[in-house]
Design a binder for this molecule. Sequence first.
Ligand code: ZN
Ligand code: ZN
Length: 365
Amino acid sequence: MSKPATRRRRLVRLLAREQLPALLVCDPVNVRYLTGFTGHDSFLLLAGKLAVVISDARYTTQLEQECPDVELLIRPTGTTMAQAVAQAAGSLRLRQLAVESDWLSLSQFQALEKELEQVELVPRSGLVERLRVIKDAEEIALVRRAVAVAQRAFQATMATLRADQSERQLAAELEYAIRRLGGEGCSFPPIVAVGPNAALPHAPVGPARVNAAGVLLVDWGATWQGYCSDLTRTLATARPSKRFAAAYQAVLEAQQAAIRAIAPGVPCGRVDQAARRVLEKHRLGKHFTHSLGHGIGLKVHELPRLSPKQQTPLQPGMIVTVEPGVYLPGRFGIRIEDDVLVTEDGHEVLSTLPRELERLQPAGV
Ligand code: ZN
Ligand code: ZN
């Protein structure tokens, strides 16, 4: 049985436990996970043994190649998605149909309601995501490749760093390097922030140049066959101030404490707490303004969430980011982010770039 077929079987069992007779999978990432189809604008109707991908003629050949073991309903031009779903569901005599409320737009929902008069639509969130949270060996291998490509792209970009490069140019160089190395692209638009811009956790890239800004924060990731990596490094591009160097050591200590805490059965909140406690000890707690980390996989932000009060226990096969940061508005920001696999007996850090504070001398200064 193919991987996607096994996943569909597990999902059908989950639906049965939730007393849902059928699910309309709308999020393209979930459709991909359950079928292998990498295109867009296509829904998967899953009910017991029935699995139908509802798509249009742009994708017929691709669907036949990528997911030969599902039924296809190619809607003719002029037929809406909602009409096609009604056609696919017609013979099932469903009373209820769960739909993915995190993805479906309100107008799509209303169109479905109109076409499926006899069926109660049940908005549900997180069903497929519950399966996706645990990665199998193949998925772990793909995330490893995504990490490796991101790291090599970063090293190549930093090796040619010039003082006159702008944040925007560096982001473009990173993306180019990822693609040149065989990656599909960036797993999200890279954050490249120099000087005080690094104090914005999600800084937009702009025209600011590396120059003697002193601090360079890069948060980036690559995609490999759909799977994502997500890393951050903060570098000194001039002699670091004492305050910066001390804060950097505190963030690194916090990150290492959190990574040490990662093991099966440990509640996610406790990992967050391990980092937060270190930063509080260094009187930087109030400058750590976001959660510690998140799952990665087919999406760059997935379950589980490493945030305070999260009781979800870690399980082998989860891959999470560990990314404590401190942000001093108007001065600087520091974040160190690595990707960590939860293993049977603890954890494995998948990313290997140096973490000690590095002083990089951009050419042209
Ligand atoms: Zn990141
Ligand atoms: Zn992240």
